[in-house]
Design a protein around this ligand. Sequence first.
Ligand code: NAD
Length: 307
Amino acid sequence: MTTKNSAAPKIAIIGAGNVGSTLAYTLMLKNLASQIMLIDINDKKEKGEMLDIADGLCFVETGGVTGSDFKDAAEADIIILTAGLGQKPGETRLALAKKNKAIAKSIFKKIGRLKKTAVVIVVTNPVDVITRVVQQAVNLPKNQIFGSGTALETARLRTALGHLLKVYPQSINGYVLGEHGDSGFVAWSSVDVGGQPITKFIKSDKALNALEKRVKNEVYEIINRKGATWFGIAMVVTDIIEAVVFNQRKVMPVSAHLTNWQGVSGVCLGAPAVIGRGGVIKLWPLKLTVEEKKKFQTSAKKIKQYL
Ligand code: NAD
């Protein structure tokens, strides 16, 4: 297929399920790629999604959407891992982690050597664990491989606060930090609304705790209603990819490899990082409260157990 925008990167999405195919669609709408490669172990599904999405090519600048082999991802500038199994009823997250770790390793083995400048973004859960596993399995510096971390929860927090305070969510800064999962937490000390600390607007701890609970439970509400989440995460990953493609140096709470961040090293965990063309350019320093720092360290301990 011809390429309309050859300066744009080639993006490979491994896993053409709910998240992978929705991501391919949002990337196409945003014209972020010269070529989008969809790769899945299920050829039939991969082809079906590819044909459906490619029907929109005459309305965008994206050059092509292709169903591809694992080896084709070796030429990609950006690789997104969304392949894996979902949690079965009664299955522990630890058991799921074991299976998805094996899947992630086998996928990168099949792909072989990646481009030296490639950036890998991990979405597959448990994302903090799988990101570290991919860092260990792939021939790239650690900063070129990171996970979506707590970017989704952070987007939920900003949107919820925007609704509550009647302010555009992009005027709200602040982060959910730590594990993408139950031990993640809102770092209220990092949250500001148009330059004013959140405590100017929401004064009681009870109200802040209730809001945090709502943000953290939203995933369960969506899963209860429709089985899984995919639109929100696709937008979040698109935003991260945009930061890489345009070297925006945006500060985003991704699952980055940590070296003495809040006293934590050797794991990947949701922490603010400057994201640009090379992936994680640097971790962003934050002055957390003593309690928040403890929560972050608790998340790190949990992820170390999974690893
Ligand atoms: P899905 O079941 O719809 O899709 C997964 C796809 O992976 C399937 O098409 C399957 O065929 C494919 N697959 C399985 N094993 C493979 C292999 N060895 N090689 C290639 N492809 C393989 O699941 P989904 O809803 O798209 O979710 C994908 C992942 O994203 C899950 O791990 C989910 O938990 C995770 N997720 C993460 C976030 C986040 O914030 N990080 C948010 C939502 C979902």
